[in-house]
Design a binder for this molecule. Structure first.
Ligand code: URA
Length: 224
């Protein structure tokens, strides 16, 4: 365990002790790391994220990419991690894969990008766009969970296998569950492929199109 995780856990243990806990379940502590301390207000939450140095991605980032969109969005899109353009502009999905995501939202779902909320599993760019490490993702996840708590989207679309992995507890394979509804912790999650994957594998676009049609149908059923 690294020093940061250890320090965080000691802090959490002290909080639990002050609340009267005498025992703890380590897995519970991991899941809830930080969450009890995070602000309920989105602007304050963003401020906290912008000043975060809890993992080593903070050392190499240019900007924290908190997420953006309609705070009353009924649908939220969750990607993996900011890329180079996102890191330099501080906004999610504004590079090549962002262009495709915007097209998917506007041309297939018939929504405007401003109507939805977009965020990522980790808020800082991993060097060379590598996948976030488990430790980085788990350290950052409380920010996303709090964003979800505040925005309360009716549907969450996970983009790619990393978002699927960290927002669900079963070890789902994206190729098996894409386009289907996964209900978890009062959330309605529909996974689909990541736009970057679609850019690299254009033949998967027809599957993604089917997923989007299912998402649109569900959106119309739930939201009208
Ligand atoms: N890929 C992601 O997963 N997120 C972004 O914001 C950009 C590219």
């Amino acid at each position: 365990m690294d020093k940061i995780t250890k320090a965080q856990q000691i802090k959490q243990l002290l909080i639990l002790k002050s609340l009267g806990y005498k025992y703890y379940n380590p897995s519970l502590l991991e899941q809830n790391q930080n969450i009890i301390n995070l602000p309920e207000n989105i602007d304050n939450l963003k401020k906290e994220a912008l000043g975060c140095h809890l993992c080593s991605l903070s050392k190499t980032r240019t900007n924290v990419v908190f997420g953006e969109g309609n705070l009353h969005a009924k649908i939220m899109f969750i990607g993996e991690a900011p890329g180079e353009t996102e890191d330099s502009l501080g906004r999610p999905f504004v590079g090549k894969s962002g262009e495709l995501l915007t097209t998917m939202i506007e041309n297939v779902l018939g929504l405007k990008r401003e109507d939805v909320y977009i965020s990522n599993i980790v808020k800082c760019r991993p060097p060379n766009n590598r996948n976030p490490l488990e430790e980085e993702a788990r350290t950052c996840l409380p920010f996303l969970k709090k964003q979800i708590d505040i925005i309360k989207p009716k549907i969450i679309v996970t983009l790619g296998s990393v978002a699927l992995k960290y927002l669900t507890t079963n070890e789902f394979q994206i190729s098996k569950v894409r386009g289907t509804v996964i209900k978890q912790d009062n959330l309605v999650i529909i996974p689909t492929f990541h736009p970057s994957y679609l850019l690299r594998n254009p033949s998967a676009k027809k599957d993604a199109f089917e997923d989007l049609k299912s998402i649109k149908k569900l959106y119309e059923e739930i939201i009208g």
